[in-house]
Design a protein around this ligand. Structure first.
Ligand code: FMN
Length: 172
């Protein structure tokens, strides 16, 4: 396996960014959510890219996902995917490795938007990965727009994600 992008995503925004990063890295890149690939398998990747939405200045947790599960849906809202194993737990199962890695998150702009990618990057470094490029935050707008998958993303962010993927590939 040459490159692998792994993500957690409730409404498809982080998923869309993950797929765009994968396109930028190149054709053979695998893109999976946490339920689709075991962390133990990730060690085989030459480049591992990991991302999640920022929840409460950190990674999604049982508490933040419970709050989402309890939100009433407005007419036309898509149902959030709460079935994906938490990225936090997935990362705990990540074996020590010596390849390249990078972290990203999706977040709002401004002081609220931090605590996701930095946490992922810290764990990747602890496992022994070399960071291919500084962690990136991709921006969402219109947080209440959950009428379609990936509909919160700020215009231009998918292009930025593809560009970042190209940069990561060039560093490996
Ligand atoms: C419970 C909850 C807490 C959130 N907390 C933050 C936060 O602290 N900072 C931030 O920038 N965005 C926050 N957000 C917005 C998420 O980052 C946004 O829902 C996410 O980027 C959407 O990506 P997804 O469709 O892949 O889940 C929060 C969202 C939820 C549901």
């Amino acid at each position: 396996m040459s490159a692998l992008v792994v993500y957690e995503s409730l409404w498809g925004n982080t998923a869309a960014i993950a797929h765009a990063i994968g396109e930028g890295i190149g054709e053979d890149t695998l893109v999976h959510h946490t339920g689709e690939i075991e962390a133990a398998e990730a060690a085989a990747a030459l480049l591992l890219v990991v991302g999640a939405p920022v929840h409460a200045f950190s990674l999604p947790s049982a508490t933040t996902k419970k709050s989402v599960a309890e939100r009433p849906l407005a007419p036309g809202d898509i149902v959030p995917d709460l079935s994906q194993p938490p990225l936090r737990a997935w990362l705990e199962g990540l074996p020590a490795a010596s390849g390249f890695a990078a972290a990203f998150d999706t977040r709002v702009r401004g002081p609220l938007g931090h605590g996701g990618a930095s946490k992922i990057e810290k764990i990747l470094v602890e496992r022994g990965y070399s960071i291919a490029n500084r962690s990136q935050g991709f921006y969402i707008i219109n947080e209440k727009n959950v009428k379609a998958e990936g509909s919160m993303l700020r215009p231009g962010e998918l292009d930025r994600a593809r560009e970042w993927g190209r940069l990561l590939a060039s560093r490996v």
